[in-house]
Design a protein around this ligand. Structure first.
Ligand SMILES: [Zn+2]
Length: 557
């Protein structure tokens, strides 16, 4: 066995030991003789630097190391640089309130006992990538001034990060938390990366950060995100159990809340403008959101493409979407980012803005209208379940709009064309049964058209049947009395020159209104006139019903 084959430092002469060999010796700090070890520790005391990569550090050895390190004025240990990569700490590790002035590397170290870093200050990068913490871990009130690496770390027991402040990126990508039920509250000024993390227990994550990436993260027993400021990406995350993603008005930790104010001022300075406190969810693409509920979160730029169980997503209080850019208020409706993207590149690029997306992330692919309609349908269902009638109506409108514009496979052909035709008419005359003004406008147009048709083609010339009575003398002594009613056999239009008169228009309008109100008229009509009034009798009441339905849906809000 050659366990040191993959390390890039000169290893200890002891068989199987990967500890770095001391400069003046053949063995590592653990296996060196007393004299060599004391010399090495003296060097540590002088420089504050320690290189114990790969060394197995017993309780006693750690005690000796910590005993040599200098203390600052407040009595806290101060290291200029430490390298403990792949070291094994056999006992408890006590670095509470220590100051690490330079790099502090604990990558792939194993902590067999408790590891206490509470209140420590890392002025350089802090590296715990791939470290294994077999017992409790305390990073409470720790301050990382630079990059904090915890990628791939394994926390087998409790892990406390309450009150931690990360001035650089807090990198936890691929970390596993086997027992932790609380993560934070913490500040992460330059962002919090929780990609591919796994929390085996139900967990509460509380953070103030400018951005949080939680792609491919797994929360089998549920998660409660309590966030401020953050723009969040949850692509491919798995959230099957009851969970909540919410913006909170303030952090639970008073001390952090103070530090947060300074951080917010810095952000405003960097972003040349105020950053909203309300967290913003940017993407749920391909995530399983079966258990997820959202509250007090901005969804204006959120992408939903490919999300599983989208119809089970719970939209709770204060969830905001973008509004469509309508010229008049009552035409506005809530829209999702995917529609904005499509509109911006197709229909009215000047009016529709492409939704925001971070520059350093790969841009989501634009969806076809048919697919966007599917997203609206699923989200509408979730709003209906929440008894949110106006929200559901807006998404129904969006779904219909996208179906009307769909031109994909399966949408083509005569069936697709027929459906689009029906939808277009439905949209024009009533805004899918949701826009009363459209139905009323259509009614006015209908009245004008019918009136015009009657004047031009429908109203016959004679006003009423004529009655004829008299006596006919066919021979001098024989008189026959007749009594007859004369009807024009075929009601005919007056000559072209006499059709468009005010009188006839008035009559035609009366006939039209009667027809729309489903009343019969006694005006003589040509065949064309009869068909015209029949059409008015069907279309008029339909439009009235649509208008009433639309008004009802609006009054419900
Ligand atoms: Zn050794």
């Amino acid at each position: 066995m050659a366990p040191h084959a993959d390390v890039d430092w000169p290893v200890c002469g002891q068989d199987g030991c990967i500890g770095i060999r001391l400069e003046e010796d053949h063995e590592c700090l653990a296996h060196a003789g007393d004299e060599a070890r004391d010399a090495a520790l003296k060097h540590v005391a002088q420089t504050g630097r320690i290189d114990a990569r790969g060394v197995t550090i017993s309780d006693a050895l750690l005690g000796k190391i910590l005993g040599t390190v200098q203390h600052d004025a407040d009595g806290h240990r101060t290291f200029s640089a430490v390298e403990f990569s792949r070291a094994t700490f056999e006992g408890d590790v006590e670095f509470s309130r220590a100051t690490f002035e330079g790099e502090a590397e604990f990558d792939e170290a194993t902590f067999q006992g408790d590891a206490w870093f509470g209140g420590a200050v890392f002025q350089g990068d802090g590296g715990f990538g791939g470290a294994r913490f077999q017992r409790g871990v305390g990073f409470g009130r720790v301050i990382f001034h630079s990059f904090a690496r915890f990628g791939g770390a394994i926390f087998q027991s409790d892990a406390r990060f309450g009150g931690a402040i990360f001035q650089g990126v807090a990198w936890f990508s691929g970390a596993t938390f086997e027992r932790a039920q609380q993560f934070g509250p913490l500040l992460a000024k330059a962002g919090l990366n929780l990609d591919a993390v796994q929390f085996a227990q139900p967990v509460r994550i509380e953070a103030s950060t400018i951005g949080m990436s939680c792609c491919r993260a797994r929360f089998p027993d549920g998660v409660q995100f309590r966030l401020r400021w953050a723009s969040v990406v949850l692509d491919d995350a798995d959230i099957p159990a009851p969970s909540l993603f919410m913006g909170i008005p303030r952090l639970a930790d008073e001390e952090l809340a103070l530090a947060e104010q300074q951080m917010a001022r810095d952000w405003e300075h960097e972003h040349a403008g105020p950053v909203p406190e309300q967290p913003r969810l940017l993407s749920l693409q391909r995530a399983n959101v079966a258990g997820l509920g959202l509250a007090n979160v901005d969804l204006a730029d959120c992408r939903f493409s490919g999300a599983h169980n989208l119809d089970k997503l719970r939209l709770e209080a204060d969830v905001t979407f973008k509004f469509s850019p309508a010229r008049v208020g009552w035409e506005q409706r809530q829209v999702i980012a995917e529609e904005c993207t499509w509109r911006a590149s197709h229909t009215k690029p000047g009016r529709w803005a492409d939704p925001w997306w971070p520059e350093d992330l790969e841009k989501p692919t634009a969806l076809a209208p048919g697919a966007i309609a599917g997203l609206y349908r699923a989200l509408r269902k979730s709003r209906e379940d929440a008894k949110d009638e106006p929200g559901a109506a807006d998404f129904y409108y969006g779904e219909m709009e996208m179906r009307r514009h769909a031109r994909g496979q399966g949408d083509s052909g005569s069936r697709g064309r027929a459906e689009r035709g029906v939808l277009t008419v439905y949209w024009l005359v009533s805004g899918y049964g949701l826009r009363a003004w459209r139905a009323l406008a259509a009614l006015v147009v209908l009245a004008v058209v019918i009136t015009g048709a009657l004047v031009g083609l429908g109203l016959a010339a004679s006003a009423s049947p004529q009655h004829l009575a008299g006596t006919i003398t066919s021979s001098p002594d024989k008189r026959t009395r007749i009594d007859a009613t004369l009807n024009t056999a075929q009601p005919e239009l007056p000559p072209a020159g006499q059709r468009w008169t005010v009188q006839r228009t008035q009559t035609a309008l009366e006939v039209t209104l009667d027809s729309i109100a489903f009343r019969a008229t006694d005006q003589p009509l040509t065949t064309a006139g009869i068909w015209t009034t029949d059409a008015a009798r069907i279309l008029g009441p339909s439009l009235l019903v649509l208008a009433l339905l639309a008004i009802r849906s609006r009054v419900k809000r």
